[in-house]
Design a protein around this ligand. Structure first.
Ligand SMILES: [Zn+2]
Length: 261
């Protein structure tokens, strides 16, 4: 299901028409199949960090010529401004283990299960923001589908609701599942990818979210299912992150983290 805020098909861009001079030396036009037509969705209300923003208006250190790509890849990293902070009222509070100034809001492209390009949002620790963008760029280019990418605040910070919606997300100031210690998500250094296709499976066999039950059998080759050694696994591995699907006592197939925990 598409985000309601992303309802407008703005442009149908033919790949062969995308070479407008923006392509950089490290991004040859040939990396995008010329036969593919990509529909680009953008929010009805202008996103504050989307391309129409005037160049130089952002304090982001990650801004580059790759931030805006007419064929679909787009990423922008921003500090948490007062507007973003107000949106994060469920995921961050003063008792959290890190200050909000250590977080960054990423807006970036992803390929939906509908095979169209969307722009999602994710909050991560500033120390990993650049690496996270690289990982999702790799997944985008590999055409790995993502159901949705929204802040957990859209689910009132409730992890079960976010998982049930198959939402890919990172920062959430919460405790570990079934425990009292801070989750790695509370530090913004863990990401859950497609939780329904990649559920959490406890040592007793409990599956979260419940809709992920049919994906608890990891022999599934369905779209979005992550396997050890595949393009998603390798992308996270390339930045030194570990996968919850590799844990022994229980498995958290949606979970990647900088610490491996
Ligand atoms: Zn997780």
């Amino acid at each position: 299901m598409k985000r309601s805020a992303l309802g407008v098909v703005l442009i149908a861009v033919v790949a062969t028409a995308c070479n407008d001079g923006r392509a950089t030396a490290n991004e040859p036009a040939s990396t995008t199949p010329a036969s593919i037509t990509v529909k680009t969705h953008v929010p009805e209300n202008s996103h504050p960090s989307l391309p129409q923003r005037s160049p130089g208006a952002s304090p982001s250190p990650a801004r580059s010529s790759e931030d805006v790509h007419p064929i679909g890849w787009y990423a922008h990293v921003a500090v948490i401004d007062p507007v973003a902070r107000a949106r994060m009222r469920y995921s961050w509070h003063k008792a959290c283990p890190i200050p909000i100034k250590d977080l960054r809001l990423i807006a970036m492209s992803y390929l939906g299960f509908d095979r169209e390009v969307h722009v999602g949002e994710m909050v991560v620790h500033r120390s990993v923001a650049g690496d996270v963008v690289k990982v999702f760029r790799t997944m985008f280019r590999a055409r790995y589908p993502i159901r949705r990418m929204r802040l957990v605040d859209d689910y009132r910070g409730d992890d079960n609701s976010s998982m049930a919606a198959d939402n890919t997300s990172a920062f959430n100031c919460r405790r570990v599942t079934g425990g009292t210690a801070w989750s790695e998500h509370a530090y913004g250094r863990a990401i859950d990818v497609n939780p329904v296709e990649n559920p959490y499976v406890s040592s007793s066999g409990k599956v979260l979210p419940p809709a992920g039950l049919r994906y608890a059998d990891r022999s599934s080759r369905a779209r979005g299912v992550i396997h050890h050694g595949d393009v998603v696994w390798r992308a996270f591995r390339s930045i030194g992150w570990g996968w919850g699907g590799d844990w022994r006592s229980f498995q958290d197939y949606q979970h990647f983290s900088a610490t491996g925990r």
